[in-house]
Write a protein that binds this ligand. Structure first.
Ligand code: C2O
Ligand code: CU
Ligand code: CU
Length: 511
């Protein structure tokens, strides 16, 4: 998406909707996602009853990235660039994006295809391009080990071999991920396969991507470079979706599929419809569920994705919003982390017509990894910014897994903070949450999972067959400030039964 021209005179657009309760003018900060003009923002106290009810700006849809097929490969080109973008009417921000100054185009490919992606770095700082959720060789994963220095082009190539899903891509430079993702370097990577679920699937028409970021339209936090004011990182006070402030989507069909990515650095969203009606969760990070799961609330932590289907009554006018939730920390920490905010995300207008299409009974989901196939168990303890007491060291391999094997990873959050946990190169199943069978949203394939303070999750993790003892994959907290603080570790996939580590709690325990 490219920079938007805004008001030629550079004046902030006036005419606040009635629910905007206060306006503030601010000075430039030294931070990265800095405002370049006057701005307004939501206050969290004195909640209006339905933030979002007056949203009017047409939702932007990230364009599909064009590709060429050359020698049997689908070839894509991305250019990382910086600029400034009018994310909020009248307010320009220093931003970064791919093929534009904010966010990136949607990449789409099919299972079985070979893809080749050229990534050129037009920034003034090193970056990387990581394919979050992709099962691929570690050398192609776009981690800090595949740094792209300014003006260089890095190329990743692999064969897509995993189920249809909503993945995404973003930079992963060592210690700088929050800044680059927070400024807007994020795009969707949609995978298709030969199954044809009875779901809306016309991109931008009834199959709608929603990339949610929170930005700081004040000096109060949210900008990389400003002080961190919450235990989970910088929290913005204004939500933008696909780069659209106060977006409205006018649906032309009564059934709409939303592919939601929380691309925020730290903020979690507890999604509900303003009608309080149920929506159906049809997919999680790694693909479809076996059947649609009716929900009225869904918590999405950073980097998680959810595909939901919303059924619209004739002339519906409703809001997808985020409502207060429990992050498991002290009340003060929850408030500082935005957990008590009510935020409009997207206003959705329904068509005139009566519902013609309904939510399917079942979905062509792929099998989840099974506990019975997992031979090795490992335990990981999350500290405030550590994993098993250690911080990321790019020269240290923390864990060695056997190619093609499945393991049980128990993740225990014994810190004072909320975290989540992401494993590169794997699609895992959540086996238990505090010993119990997980609830609906955790029944699907995952690559990132929220772990509140005091909780312990058992994950069944199948590893790739791409043995490479020299090149690690990462696992880490995806709250980006924590990640940048070093809450990350590395594993390699080795041939044969060579599984070892994590070094700090001995070799993997066999059972
Ligand atoms: Cu979203 Cu290590 O990545
Ligand atoms: Cu990842
Ligand atoms: Cu964390």
């Amino acid at each position: 998406m490219s920079s938007d021209t805004g008001d030629a005179a550079g004046r902030p657009r006036q005419g606040p909707p009635p629910i905007r309760i206060r306006r503030r003018t601010l000075l430039l900060g030294a931070g990265a996602l800095t405002t370049i003009g006057a701005a307004s923002y939501w206050l969290t106290e004195g909640q209006p009853p339905n933030p979002g009810a007056a949203f009017t700006t047409p939702l932007r849809i990230p364009p599909l990235l064009q590709s060429d097929v050359l020698d049997g490969e689908r070839v894509f080109r991305l250019v990382a660039q910086a600029g400034d973008t009018e994310l909020v009417p009248g307010t320009r921000f220093a931003t970064m994006g791919f093929n534009g100054t904010y966010l990136g185009p949607t990449i789409r490919a099919r299972r079985g295809e070979r893809v080749r992606i050229h990534v050129t770095n037009d920034l003034t700082v090193p970056t990387t391009a990581h394919w979050h959720g992709m099962i691929l060789p570690a050398t192609q994963d776009g981690t800090p080990h595949q740094s792209i220095i300014p003006s260089q082009t890095w190329t990743a190539a692999w064969q897509i071999d995993q189920p249809a899903s909503t993945l995404w891509y973003h930079p992963h430079p060592h210690g700088q991920t929050e800044l680059q993702v927070g400024r807007g370097m994020a795009g969707l990577f949609l995978l298709d396969d030969d199954s044809s679920p009875d779901l809306p699937s016309d991109y931008g028409v009834d199959d709608i991507p929603l990339i949610i970021q929170d930005i700081a339209v004040s000096s109060g936090g949210g900008s990389p470079g400003t002080p961190v004011t919450s235990p989970i990182g910088r929290i913005g006070n204004t939500v933008i979706v696909n780069g659209t402030h106060e977006p409205r989507f006018e649906a032309s069909t009564n059934l709409v599929r939303l592919r939601i990515l929380n691309a925020s650095a730290a903020r979690c969203y507890n999604l509900e419809l303003s009608t309080k009606d149920a929506f159906h969760l049809v997919g999680t990070d790694g693909g479809l569920l076996p059947s649609p799961e009716p929900l009225t609330r869904l918590l999405l932590s950073p980097a998680e994705r959810a595909e939901i289907v919303v059924k619209l009554a004739p002339d519906a006018d409703l809001v997808l919003r985020s409502v207060p939730h429990e992050l498991g920390m002290s009340r003060g920490d929850n408030i500082a982390s935005g957990a008590e905010d009510t935020l409009g995300i997207l206003r959705i207008a329904g068509p005139r017509t009566a519902p013609a299409r309904s939510v399917p009974i079942s979905l062509p989901s792929s099998a989840l990894p099974q506990r019975a196939n997992a031979l090795i168990e490992r335990h990981f303890t999350l500290g405030d910014t550590t994993i098993n007491g250690e911080k990321m060291d790019m020269t240290r391999i923390d864990t060695v897994v056997a190619a093609g094997s499945t393991e049980v990873w128990t993740i225990e959050n014994s810190s004072n903070r909320a975290h989540n946990f992401h494993i590169h190169g794997a699609r895992f199943a959540v086996h238990t949450v505090n010993g119990d069978v997980p609830a609906g949203p955790l029944r699907g394939p995952k690559d990132t999972v929220f772990i509140p303070r005091g909780e312990t999750l058992e994950l069944i993790v199948p590893f790739s067959s791409f043995a490479d003892p020299a090149t690690p994959y990462m696992y880490h907290c995806h709250l980006l400030w924590h990640e940048d603080q070093g809450m990350m570790a590395q594993y390699v996939v080795a041939d044969g039964g060579l599984a070892t580590g994590p070094s700090h709690d001995g070799a993997g325990r066999h059972h």
